[in-house]
Design a protein around this ligand. Structure first.
Ligand SMILES: Nc1nc2c(c(=O)[nH]1)N[C@H]1C(S)=C(S)[C@@H](COP(=O)(O)O)O[C@H]1N2
Ligand SMILES: [Mo]
Length: 309
C-alpha cells in the first residue's frame, strides 16, 4: 500500500511520537522499503517524484517544524521565532469575527472550534522562498467555522490579521512589514475542505513559533498565505489588502498559488529544497498547486495564472 497525500490521510495511527528527533518514517509498505535507500547520497532523505506522479515523502520531525520558521513578528531569522516567541500568551485568546456575518463577536478558540470535527492532515508546505516541509496538522476546516458564524450573501472574501504585541514581539518594533500581518482568501478558497485553521501539530498544541493558538493552513498556496496567531476574521465583498502584496505587489500576488511555471522575479519556482534532508539534500520538483491540483484547479478555471499570481 503506498502512501499518498490524501486530504484526510490519517497520520496519527502510524506515527510514533519518537519521530521528534530521529525522524522515523510514517510510511508503510513499498514506501517504507524505499525509505531505506540512499537518495541523493543522504540516507532516508526525502523522496523525489517519479514520472511526474508525486510519490512518498516522509513527514518532517517536530524538531524541523518548530526550529525553522518564518514569523517576522519575532524576527526575520529562521531561528528567531523559536528563540523569541515563548513569551506570547496564547490563552486566553480573543478572535474578533466581523463584517458580513450573521454572528459577529469576540470568540475564544474553544468557542470557535466547539463541536467541529478535528482533522488530521498531512500536507506539503511550500514557502515562496523555495524550501518545503511535510507537516502533520490537527485542525478544523475553516469552512466549518464560517458556516458556524454564518456568512451573509454578498460576502466574497475573508481577511485575517495577526496579533501585534510590541512588548513580546521584537519584530513589530521595526517596520519590516506594515503591521499587523494580514492575509486573505476568496470565499470559495476559504470554504474549500483542504483549508484549515490549525490548532496542533503531531497531536500537540501548536508551538508559539508555528502560530499558536490558531493559524491558517492553505496547502496549495505559498506559505506566507498561512497567517499565524489570528486575532481577526472579517468577511467582505472586496479583495482585502495582504501584507506581502502591500510590501511588493510584483513579487507577491493576492492568489500566490504554488506554480512551478511562474518564477518569482528573483528566483525560479520550478524546484524546492526539502528541509531536514541535510545540507546537500537534493532539490525536488515543485508540483502545480503544490500537488493539490486535482482538488483545487477548478477554482481557477478561466484565470491566467501567469497574470493572477
Ligand atoms: N503572522 C505571520 N504569519 C506568517 C508569517 C509571518 O511572518 N507572520 N510567515 C509566513 C511564512 S512566509 C511562512 S513560510 C509560514 C511559515 O510557517 P511555519 O513557520 O509554521 O513553517 O508562515 C506564514 N505565516
Ligand atoms: Mo514563506
Amino acid at each position: 500500500m503506498s502512501y499518498r497525500f490524501r486530504t484526510d490521510l490519517k497520520w496519527s495511527d502510524a506515527t510514533p511520537k519518537e519521530a521528534f528527533f530521529n525522524r522515523r518514517q510514517i510510511m508503510t509498505g513499498a514506501a517504507a522499503m524505499a525509505a531505506g535507500t540512499m537518495i541523493g547520497g543522504i540516507p532516508g532523505a526525502t523522496q523525489a517524484q517519479a514520472f511526474g506522479v508525486p510519490i512518498e515523502r516522509e513527514a518532517n520531525s517536530l524538531d524541523d517544524i518548530t526550529s525553522y520558521n518564518n514569523y517576522y513578528e519575532f524576527g526575520t531569522g529562521k531561528g528567531d521565532p523559536k528563540e523569541n516567541a515563548g513569551d506570547l500568551v496564547t490563552d486566553p485568546w480573543v478572535i474578533q469575527v466581523g463584517g458580513m456575518v450573521d454572528n459577529p463577536g469576540n470568540y475564544s478558540v474553544a468557542d470557535l472550534t466547539d463541536g467541529l470535527d478535528v482533522h488530521d492532515r498531512l500536507y506539503r508546505f511550500r514557502c515562496v522562498e523555495a524550501w518545503s516541509m511535510v507537516v502533520p496538522w490537527n485542525g478544523v476546516q475553516l469552512g466549518d467555522i464560517l458556516n458556524k458564524v454564518g456568512v451573509q450573501s454578498g460576502a466574497k472574501y475573508v481577511s485575517f490579521t495577526t496579533a501585534v504585541k510590541p512588548d513580546v514581539m521584537p519584530g513589530v518594533r521595526f517596520p519590516v512589514l506594515d503591521w499587523p500581518y494580514r492575509e486573505g482568501l476568496r470565499l470559495d478558497e476559504a470554504m474549500h475542505p483542504l483549508t484549515l485553521l490549525a490548532t496542533g501539530i503531531y497531536d500537540e498544541p501548536l508551538y508559539n513559533q508555528n502560530g499558536a493558538p490558531i493559524r491558517l493552513v492553505v496547502p496549495w498556496k505559498y506559505g506566507f498565505k498561512s497567517i499565524k496567531a489570528i486575532v481577526t476574521i472579517n468577511l467582505t465583498d472586496e479583495e482585502p489588502d495582504t501584507s506581502w502584496n502591500l510590501a511588493n505587489a510584483r513579487e507577491y500576488g493576492f492568489y500566490s498559488n504554488v506554480n512551478p511555471q511562474v518564477d518569482h522575479p528573483r528566483w525560479s519556482q520550478a524546484t524546492e529544497r526539502p528541509i531536514g534532508g541535510g545540507l546537500f539534500a537534493k532539490r525536488i520538483e515543485t508540483l502545480m498547486f503544490n500537488g493539490y491540483a486535482d482538488e483545487v484547479a477548478s477554482m481557477y478555471e478561466g484565470m491566467d495564472l501567469s497574470v493572477d499570481i
